[in-house]
Design a protein around this ligand. Structure first.
Ligand code: GLN
Length: 193
């Protein structure tokens, strides 16, 4: 890692990767879209955007990125996933598409579209790291069950919606859509360092 500033890569196959790149740049970091395996070698941390987890996983396979990302995760690359990105970091999923695979890494079970069964999308104030933040939830997953090595950082509707396990961090909500940089800063400062 160069100095204190990690080079951020954002998986740019589908979803709101542009917003994550913009948030990373606003937070003062370099950020590049990742579409090739070789580009994984030039980053110190990876962001998996919101979007459609099934599509992102299928595209990652056809771009020959699926296995390389799994390897990077097991080697300890810091990774942040928002919404679809949270699903992609889950070891186990509920309500997945038939045969849906994830990169995994966080020892948890995530339910896809969990809030969506009641309401498609909503915003609400949630606690994160002893602060109040505005959570934007869009067809969002929630965490159904975590192992004891997973730290729960936020709750909504009685379920974890922000979790961390080692260098892996995931939120059900989309800070990249709010202009509030605190979630990204938490990832860069508390996890990437
Ligand atoms: N429901 C989507 C999925 O299953 C996630 C939604 C989102 O990222 N906003 O991938």
């Amino acid at each position: 890692m160069a100095g204190n500033s990690p080079r951020i890569g954002v998986l740019a196959l589908q979803g709101d990767f542009r917003e994550h790149i913009a948030s990373s740049l606003k937070a003062g970091h370099s950020a590049a879209p990742i579409r090739r395996k070789s580009e994984l070698e030039d980053i110190d941390a990876l962001i998996l955007p919101g979007g459609e987890s099934t599509t992102i996983a299928l595209l990652a396979k056809s771009y020959d990125l699926f296995q390389p990302i799994r390897e990077k995760i097991s080697q300890g690359l810091p990774v942040y996933g928002s919404c679809a990105g949270m699903i992609l970091l889950a070891d186990r999923i509920l309500d997945g598409a038939p045969g849906q695979e994830t990169f995994g890494g966080i020892n948890m079970t995530v339910r896809r579209n969990a809030f969506g069964r009641q309401v498609e999308s909503f915003e609400g104030e949630i606690d994160f790291n002893r602060e109040k933040i505005n959570g934007v939830f869009i067809r969002a997953p929630w965490v159904e069950e975590v192992s004891s090595d997973v730290e729960v950082l936020s709750m909504a509707a009685g379920h974890p919606v922000a979790v961390r396990q080692g260098k892996l961090f995931a939120t059900s909500f989309h800070p990249e859509l709010t202009g509030d940089l605190r979630i990204h800063q938490y990832f860069f400062e508390e996890i990437c360092r």
